[in-house]
Design a protein around this ligand. Structure first.
Ligand SMILES: C[S@@+](CC[C@H](N)C(=O)[O-])C[C@H]1O[C@@H](n2cnc3c(N)ncnc32)[C@H](O)[C@@H]1O
Length: 220
């Protein structure tokens, strides 16, 4: 048995994933009026993300169930210190914190700039019995992750504004321990990020999985 598949977390995640699926029309409405090309441009813009995510402030936008399970498994390999970019309602956060609990403890620093999402994530972490493991930093990750990170980081989840993946990795990179994993969701929206982690000279091994995940390991 794991924290992930027992009460209170298992039924909570079931409800949150169900509500996220139901919110899909709200997401379409929030970004209605943009052409496919405009949407792609917004995703790649290093400033347009503020407007985009303000429109999406009531939409959970979680990782897939499979990615959630992957996060739990990668973190269960003994992770003690985890950093997450993009908390939203805390669905990925719950998976990562569950792994820390089952590892015997640890610290997860996550960040989100939408105050209402921070409040929801806090409620979900309380309901899941995992709040004691998680520090939610409210604000733009470019500032909130610029200081006071753990000295040695075992796992980094990138799931905020895709255009900022290179900048956020740069903030965290020197603290990633050899063997640390980076999971980057929907990284195809950041060709600059993919070029970096896929270049052997950058010190990573990196492969895409499914349609949505780039999994990378820090080598040295
Ligand atoms: C795809 S959602 C995250 C979903 C979450 N990881 C999960 O699986 O439940 C992306 C979130 O990142 C937040 N975000 C985007 N850019 C950000 C930034 N620069 N700083 C802080 N939060 C940001 C958005 O408000 C949004 O809630």
């Amino acid at each position: 048995m794991t924290t992930l598949n027992t009460t209170p977390l298992a039924p909570l995640l079931e409800r949150l994933f169900h509500e996220a699926a139901e919110a899909s029309p709200a997401m379409s409405a929030a970004i209605a009026g943009f052409s496919d090309e405009e949407r792609a441009q917004l995703m790649r813009s290093k400033s347009g993300y503020l407007d985009l995510y303000a429109r999406l402030k009531d939409v959970p936008l979680p990782v897939s169930r499979e990615t959630g399970a992957l996060l739990y498994m990668l973190a269960r390999g003994g992770a003690r210190n985890i950093v997450e970019f993009g908390t939203s309602f805390g669905i990925s956060t719950l998976h990562l914190a569950a792994a820390l609990r089952d590892n015997g403890g640890g610290r997860l620093v996550t960040t989100e700039f939408e105050p209402s999402k921070v409040a929801r994530a806090r409620r979900n972490l309380e309901a899941g019995g995992l709040a004691d493991l998680v520090e939610i930093r409210e604000g733009d990750a470019l500032q909130t992750l610029a200081a006071e990170l753990p000295d040695s980081i075992d796992l980094l989840l990138l799931d905020g504004a895709k255009a900022l993946y290179p900048e956020i990795l740069a903030l965290v990179e020197s603290r990633l321990r050899p063997g640390a994993f980076i999971v980057a969701d929907n990284a195809d929206h950041s060709p600059e990020y993919l070029a970096h982690v896929r270049s052997p000279a950058s010190g990573y091994m990196s492969v895409p999985f499914g349609d949505d995940v780039e999994l990378s390991m820090r080598l040295g």
